[in-house]
Design a protein around this ligand. Structure first.
Ligand code: ATP
Ligand code: MG
Length: 132
């Protein structure tokens, strides 16, 4: 059993897609262990996306991620990390397959609906960062 960190981003929360996204996660057989709606502070977002700090889109990414509430979760289950990445679809919604969360709900790469940890190691770091 693995745990992964999932976050429904401000665009999807604003558009009231939270319920539909949670439904997909649960229907895939994964379990929501923890869940909280909150507004992220700039510092947390900068640390979370530190690997992208030198990208031209970094300032707009930080602005977007602090623009409204997110719903953060710890999700558990067999192969939870890779299962969630598959369920989410590609980072760029233009490349995300129909039937994936991003493929069905996201329209642009700046606001792509959901975050999921990309490795078991990062999942542990992110769960600690967001749930302490
Ligand atoms: P996330 O970490 O949010 O789950 P990811 O792991 O699929 O997404 P990363 O490479 O970690 O992709 O990028 C983090 C986020 O930065 C993306 O989800 C997206 O919001 C933003 N991003 C990535 N690439 C671009 C880009 N080329 N233009 C604009 N925003 C981007
Ligand atoms: Mg990532």
């Amino acid at each position: 059993i693995e745990q992964t960190f999932i976050m429904i981003k401000p665009d999807a929360v604003r558009d009231r897609k939270t319920g539909q996204i949670i439904d997909r996660i649960e229907r895939s057989g994964l379990t929501i262990e923890k869940m909280e709606k909150c507004v992220l502070d700039e510092e947390t977002v900068k640390v979370h996306y530190a690997h992208l700090a030198d990208k031209p889109f970094f300032p707009s990414l930080v602005a977007f991620m602090t623009s409204g509430p997110v719903v953060k979760m710890v999700v558990s289950g067999l192969s939870a990390v890779s299962k969630m990445r598959t369920l989410m679809g590609a980072t760029n919604p233009l490349d995300a397959a129909p039937g994936t969360i991003r493929g069905d709900f996201a329209v642009d790469v700046n606001a792509n609906v959901i975050h999921g940890s990309d490795s078991l190691e990062n999942a542990a770091i992110e769960i600690e960062r967001f749930f302490g």
